[in-house]
Design a protein around this ligand. Structure first.
Ligand code: NAD
Ligand code: DAU
Length: 351
């Protein structure tokens, strides 16, 4: 069946994997990728599919109401998969403003456009909002986030995502806009911007720079390979029930310090360095303000109802990720010049 789908944030990390999956898997769909190309957006992530016939790129800002209205006028969207966001917690701590604008105001613009341009046949559209497990707050040693866990966001990033989740649900209850949501744990894989823990550590190990670990490295995250997130998004977009939320996770909890030791081992082997040499780069630095202790997702709902499960074991995914970064030096080098260098200085040396 022909469909025209808007994917926002498709030049970013997760968005680019979702765009590639949809463009290749659904040749009958028209896939419109809308992205502002902020520091985190990179069209190189999609160089392999950019000439594909069913793919269109539109550069624009989701906070720009006129632009969004014109885009909805231009394309008769059947579905929206909304990933565009400011996504890095540390940046939200030093400068929350952009997070409020993009994550909250931008989401409302898209919701208004979806509602207004399909007024007479609202049931034909689907608004799929991609969110994070961080909206649920921080866990102690035991327990998991379920779809019923009360929201308790604790950083400007997670508060802005929680706010957008509430607005999406409000548009469903108030205006009957068909929506579906998912909240996912930490993703890793190719094309992740090297401000996030895993690619930052890979780059620092490669260049023999200190690996900064916040606090004592005891914080726990549940890691999921990005292509497994993309396959869950595909399933939810096509088979998820309107009004429902699905938690997505890897059932794969690691303390930051154990994860970095594992990464050091893999990198030593791949770079032909003596085992133990990369671990010497581990450097404990000042903790992140309000650092959430533990995230862990109970993904039994999506597993039972939609038959999804992660395809990769963590070690296999980590090996693939390291290989990708070692084989794509140009991608990394293009990023770690200019503005990123300035961010790195400010984040790690001027705090
Ligand atoms: P990312 O930072 O890599 O990419 C975000 C993309 O959005 C970039 O391409 C950027 O240019 C674009 N963008 C930012 N502001 C925009 C604006 N105003 N208008 C249009 N485009 C704009 O982020 P990511 O890690 O790929 O995350 C994608 C989504 O998934 C986000 O909504 C995030 O909250 C959510 N999420 C991420 C993770 C994770 O581990 N990375 C986990 C769960 C949920
Ligand atoms: O849980 C889902 C979330 O995962 C997403 O919603 C966010 O968009 C995504 O950025 C990610 O958030 P985290 O804050 O968990 O990811 P980050 O890679 O920034 O950090 C992972 C852990 O590593 C966290 O406990 C902080 C720690 N850390 C991070 C950096 C950048 C360090 O110890 N040192 C670092 O230099």
């Amino acid at each position: 069946m022909n469909k025209t789908i808007l994917i926002t944030g498709g030049a970013g990390f997760i968005g680019s994997h979702v765009v590639r999956l949809f463009v290749n898997k659904y040749p009958d769909y028209k896939i419109v990728n809308l992205d502002k190309l902020t520091y985190a957006g990179n069209l190189e992530n999609l160089s392999d599919i950019k000439e594909t016939q069913n793919y269109i790129f539109e550069k624009g800002d989701i906070t720009d109401t006129n632009f969004i209205e014109n885009l909805f006028r231009k394309y008769d969207f059947d579905g929206i998969i909304h990933l565009a966001a400011e996504s890095h917690v540390d940046r939200s701590i030093s400068d929350p403003g952009a997070f409020i604008q993009t994550n909250i105001v931008g989401t409302v613009n898209l919701l208004n456009a979806a509602r207004n341009f399909r007024k007479d046949n609202l049931e034909k559209i689907r608004f799929y909002h991609i969110s994070t497990d961080e909206v649920y707050g921080s866990l102690k040693d035991i327990g998991f986030f379920t779809e019923q866990t009360a929201y308790d966001p604790r950083s400007p990033y997670s508060a802005s995502k929680a706010s957008s989740d509430h607005l999406v649900r409000a548009y469903m209850h108030t205006y009957k806009l068909p929506v579906v949501l998912s909240n996912c744990s930490n993703n890793y894989g190719a094309n992740q911007f090297p401000e996030k823990l895993i690619p930052l550590a890979i780059n620092n190990i490669k260049t023999e720079k200190p690996i900064p670990i916040y606090g004592k490295g005891e914080n726990i995250r549940d890691w999921l390979f990005v292509e497994d997130h993309a396959s869950a998004i595909d399933l939810i977009f096509h088979k998820g029930k309107n009004g429902e939320t699905y938690n997505i996770g890897g059932n794969n909890e690691w303390t930051n310090i154990d994860l970095i030791h594992k990464l050091c081992e893999i990198m030593d082997r791949k770079l032909g360095r003596p085992q133990g040499s990369s671990a010497k780069l581990i450097t404990f630095v000042k903790d992140r303000a309000g650092h959430d202790l533990r995230y862990a997702i109970d993904s039994s709902k999506i597993q039972k109802e939609l038959g999804w499960k992660p395809s990769l074991q963590f070690e296999e995914g980590l090996e693939k990720t390291v290989d990708w970064y070692l084989n794509n030096e140009t991608w990394l080098n293009n990023i770690i010049s200019g503005k990123y260098e300035q961010y790195y200085e400010e984040q790690y040396f001027k705090r």
